[in-house]
Design a protein around this ligand. Sequence first.
Ligand SMILES: [Fe+2]
Length: 317
Amino acid sequence: MSIDPSGALLIQWAGDGHLTTYSPGWLRANCYSSESLAERRQQPVLWDSTLNDKIPEWDYDRVVDDESFRLQMFQHINDYGFAIINGVPTLEDQIERLADIFGFIRQTHYGRVFDLIATPKQRILAQTAHAIRPHNDELFRDPIPGLFMMHCLRASQCGGGASILVDGFNAAEKLRSENSEQFELLCRIPIPHRRFLVDEVDDVALSASWPTIELNRHGEIEAVHINERTMAPLDTEEDLIEPVYQALQRMLVLAYDHEACVTYRLESGQAAVMDNHRVLHARAAFNGNRHIRQCHVDRDEFFSRLRALRRRHDAEV
Ligand SMILES: [Fe+2]
């Protein structure tokens, strides 16, 4: 073994004498020190209502044309869990092109794209003009949809219909600091979620169970799954029922708290993209002819593109 003048580690192997070169950048990028391990895990930036009026907005044309700008926005989604994009053309099929930036659309029984437009023939709450409380989408699916995006084609002319975003990681951290037993229960007990629409129109019987909070082996929060509207009856031991409901109730109080919410009224030509494993979304009630199109994109492709952009800008990553 030797170190060359550039600082690279050279190893000549016994046997065939093959020479391996490890650059100092590669060695640093794969360092086992606890500081380097923590750095590579990239801690999220937690936020609450103090982010209101300071929400960065990203220009659609620049995101499409400028790779380093797109990398900044992807990194922002990685750190904060969401991004607001301006200047998205208000064409019916534009959300398909918007989704192409992030990954592949996840097709479901709703199709590729779902229209959020108040209709008298509503099948689900989203198709009404009622307020919807903060939630993660479609927890009855396996895997849970990764990125959730909304494109506003027409804002409600009469006002209302504001989008509300909540940092689920921040709400979970608050629960951890105020009641570690409740936090531990929500990390351990899977909560069943269901969507059953079995009738003359639909043949849907989706069911999946997830703990409300998922941790990595370092105890850091990796995912939050909250949706009281899709919860099925608990499927756990009798003596756990009350404690789990109490923990869920406290978690919902923290997630619904006014101070946890960022409020943003999407105007025509704006889009919001969020990590559905972290950020909860809600909307205020509205009047008028609001039209939003939404779809989901899986997370593996998004993170693949984020890493690829990083690699293009720094070969050692
Ligand atoms: Fe939703």
